[in-house]
Design a protein around this ligand. Structure first.
Ligand SMILES: NC(=O)c1ccc[n+]([C@@H]2O[C@H](COP(=O)([O-])OP(=O)(O)OC[C@H]3O[C@@H](n4cnc5c(N)ncnc54)[C@H](O)[C@@H]3O)[C@@H](O)[C@H]2O)c1
Length: 261
């Protein structure tokens, strides 16, 4: 199927676009014709992204820029810069997040607050700042937020991270109802284990005395038990922000290679 024009003419913001799922999603959306504003707090991963899209027949492209989603000022500036340049916005993909693992009884308040301020408050700030422009979208605005299977199923040492991901799911449900009559859709994507910087750094981010047996139930059955790729999520996000997702709102899509059945 030729999807190279599915998102032609749409403007989409993607956070966390410097790495992993956000990066793969920015590329995929541009290859389907979207103008993608690819934002991240770490500039290194954004380098080369615009060129990596390659020539598109539908005019899709990536422009990159900075944002710290935990900073109100930074989010306001980043979104204003996109909407000023493009005259509107059709979708936002809130992929940026951080991940730490701790014994909960040892977790500092500073680490707890940092997780919440990026994962949850960051998703709120991005959502709040984009809603006015999304409500004006001629295609019907779309918000795609990132939850995690850790919101549904126990993930060891990840109580705080899981709490942010569960909260994002609830937040997204409420927005979907609040704005449905104005044509806005809001959906969460719920990845299982995907090979990215987050999963790569997980062992180093876990307590030194980690019990690996506790991870036994967290492996996929597809792909011979290997974690998925960012592309396996990017294609789902592309569907959600396109007209193919027009009847999907207020819910979540789990993409976990059959980890949890
Ligand atoms: N990889 C997985 O197995 C997995 C599983 C479930 C959910 N998720 C979720 O998918 C999303 C993408 O994760 P990933 O695996 O691609 O991770 P990743 O670490 O590869 O990418 C996350 C990106 O977010 C950016 N970021 C962090 N803090 C930021 C901030 N304050 N402002 C702006 N950008 C910031 C990082 O610089 C990084 O580029 C996250 O929301 C994550 O929680 C991932």
């Amino acid at each position: 199927m030729d999807l190279s024009h599915r998102l032609q003419g749409r403007t989409i913001v993607v956070t966390g676009a410097g790495s992993g799922i956000g990066r793969g999603t920015a590329l995929r959306l541009a290859r389907e014709g979207a103008y993608v504003a690819a934002l991240d707090v770490v500039p290194d991963g954004l380098e080369g992204l615009a060129d990596e899209v390659g020539p598109t027949r539908s005019g899709g492209q990536v422009v990159t820029g900075p944002v710290d989603i935990s900073s109100e000022e930074s989010v306001k500036a980043a979104i204003a810069s996109v909407t000023d340049a493009r005259g509107g916005l059709d979708a936002v993909v809130n992929a940026a997040a951080v991940h730490y693992g701790d014994h909960t009884h040892e977790m500092s308040l500073e680490r707890w607050n940092r997780l919440l301020s990026i994962n949850l408050t960051g998703t709120f700030l991005m959502t709040r700042e984009t809603i006015p422009a999304l409500l004006e979208s001629q295609h019907g605005g779309v918000i795609v937020n990132f939850s995690s299977t850790s919101a549904y199923f126990a993930h060891p040492y990840m109580a705080a991270y899981s709490a942010t991901k569960g909260a994002i799911m609830s937040f997204t449900h409420a927005i979907a109802l609040e704005y449905a009559d104005r044509g806005l859709r809001a959906v969460s994507v719920v990845p299982g284990g995907i090979e990215t910087a987050i999963t790569g750094s997980t062992p180093a981010n876990l307590p030194a005395d980690v019990d690996w047996d506790k991870f036994a139930k967290l492996m996929p059955v597809l792909g011979r038990g290997k974690f998925g790729t960012p592309d396996s999520i990017a294609g789902v996000v592309a569907m959600l922000v396109s007209d193919d997702g027009a009847y999907i709102t207020g819910t979540e899509i789990r993409v976990d290679g059959g980890t949890h059945m």
